[in-house]
Design a protein around this ligand. Structure first.
Ligand SMILES: *Cc1c(COP(=O)(O)O)cnc(C)c1O
Length: 467
């Protein structure tokens, strides 16, 4: 049997690294979104896998022929949609190294170095973000924040079941992420028992008085309030829920508090942003995604637990083949749903070391400064108005002529394929979103993007909405 030899791997590996460097270097000249119709990429692939092996050079050549023209380029300077999914040289190279080791970290004994590095870098990040003492020593890397919410609800239910409770109700704000609905469903909590608490008009932050009233009403109706999922940086507009007031209610009511800070939490690496976590010491669990704004590439989402005991109770399994557990060790399969575990900690370790606190702060502050600059241009343009506060890297705005004009502007800007923006709704009204913070998005590239958007706005033909 012929496997790629170490010498062949050296040669092809260098070609792959060159390919990635060329891709990053030339990215700005590509359209940000593909022009292909659905099915066009699949049509380039044969119906069946090849009978005999193909040369690696042919495989790599198809990156340019098949993959790149069918790709949305999330690392492109003109990619201003959703939230940035940043990566970096150190992160990509660490992924390569982790893939080369290809360890399986379900137990400490199956990957001792991976387990201990994960525990240490989880604490490094907690220290960098000045997270509450309760979370120190209790962090774990998951694939995504969706999994973090699910684990939090599982732990909450395990804790609540001690009192023989149910049926359960979960609370989040109107703008709480869609992954909360999924997590509740997975636990058998129907959408009707997921309460969407109203938000304040401009800040879009959860109304704690309304939350308290709903919890009281549900208890009176014989339901069990299980958990509140508060958000630091909602996906729609980056609203920050008042954790201090929500935390007091959760403590009084014995309700689990999970804080979803998937995108924005890492901003707390900058001391001037620590206000976003005021009251976090009352939370039971917390998630943030270094794979969004913190340069690690997908997937790298940290979840912290103030008391991981209920999580372990729910997740710990034994089997004759899962031997060699140890009390004094971290067996990560007790902290996650799958048994198997990738060595994701390696890239976080590399990124935190390659940038250092200072480099990370500079990167985050650049994103925030870009958003501030952009917001000032929007404010100065009488055709538009800001639609929400912009404490992080995202700016939301409206076309004053109405939703129709906003929708037409978005369609025209994206049709050009040099920029990519996304939209959301707030109070039933259409908002355009521009997300800075990508590694290729600079003050200059954003200025050029805004000029393009502004010129495109001159072509909008939709009549103003009827008042
Ligand atoms: C992106 C995001 C999520 C989902 O994150 P995944 O890691 O993709 O599951 C959840 N909540 C918020 C606030 C987000 O911004």
């Amino acid at each position: 049997m012929h496997h790629m030899s170490p010498d062949e791997f050296r040669r092809h590996g260098r070609a792959v690294v060159d390919w990635i460097a060329d891709y990053w270097e030339g990215l700005q000249h590509l359209p940000v979104t593909p022009g292909r119709e659905p099915g066009a990429t699949a049509a380039l692939l044969p119906d069946t896998a090849p009978e005999t092996g193909e040369p690696f050079d042919d495989l790599l050549a198809d990156m340019d022929r098949v993959v790149v023209p069918g790709t949305v380029h999330w690392q492109h300077p003109g990619f201003l949609g959703y939230f940035p999914m940043t990566t970096s040289g150190p992160a990509v190279l660490a992924e390569l190294l982790a893939a080369g080791l290809n360890t399986q970290g379900m137990l400490w004994s199956t990957s001792p170095a991976a387990a201990e590095i994960e525990a240490r870098v989880s604490d490094w990040l907690a220290e960098l973000m000045d997270l509450p003492e309760s979370f120190r020593g209790n962090g774990v890397i998951q694939d995504t924040a969706s999994t973090g919410v699910l684990l939090a609800l599982i732990a909450a239910r395990t804790r609540a079941e001690r009192d023989g409770a149910g049926p359960y109700v979960v609370y989040t704000s109107e703008d709480g992420n869609a992954c909360i609905t999924k997590a509740a469903r997975v636990l058998g909590i129907p959408d009707a028992h997921l309460r969407r608490v109203p938000v304040a008009a401009w800040t879009r932050a959860m109304d704690p008085a309304d939350l308290a009233a709903r919890i009281g009403a549900d208890r009176a109706a014989g339901l069990t309030p299980l958990a509140v999922v508060a958000t630091v940086g909602t996906t729609a507009t980056t609203a920050v829920d008042p954790l201090d007031a929500i935390g007091v209610i959760c403590r009084e009511q014995g309700v689990w508090l999970h804080v979803d800070a998937a995108y924005a939490g890492v901003a707390a690496i900058c001391p001037e942003m620590r206000w976003i976590h005021r009251g976090l010491d009352q939370a039971d669990s917390y998630s943030t995604n270094p794979h969004k704004w913190l340069l690690t590439g997908l997937e790298c989402s940290l979840t912290y637990f103030a008391d991981p005991a209920p999580l372990h109770q729910a997740m710990r399994v034994t089997a004759a083949y899962l031997h060699d557990r140890g009390e004094a060790r971290i067996d990560y399969q007790d902290w996650q749903i799958p048994l198997g575990k990738r060595f994701r900690a390696l890239k976080l370790w590399f990124v935190l070391r390659a940038y250092g606190r200072e480099g990370l702060q500079r990167h985050l502050r650049e994103g925030i400064a870009c958003a501030e600059e952009l917001a000032s241009w929007i404010e100065a343009d009488e055709r538009f108005e800001l639609a929400a506060p912009h404490p992080f890297g995202l700016v939301c705005f409206r076309h004053r002529a109405g939703d129709g004009a906003g929708r037409e502007l978005l369609a025209r800007v994206n049709a050009d394929r040099r920029l990519f923006l996304t939209s959301t709704e707030s109070d039933g009204r259409f908002l355009l979103r521009i997300a800075a913070g990508g590694t290729a998005t600079t003050s200059e590239s954003l200025k050029a993007a805004w000029q393009r958007i502004s010129q495109t706005a001159d072509q909008v033909t939709t009549a103003a909405d009827p008042v």
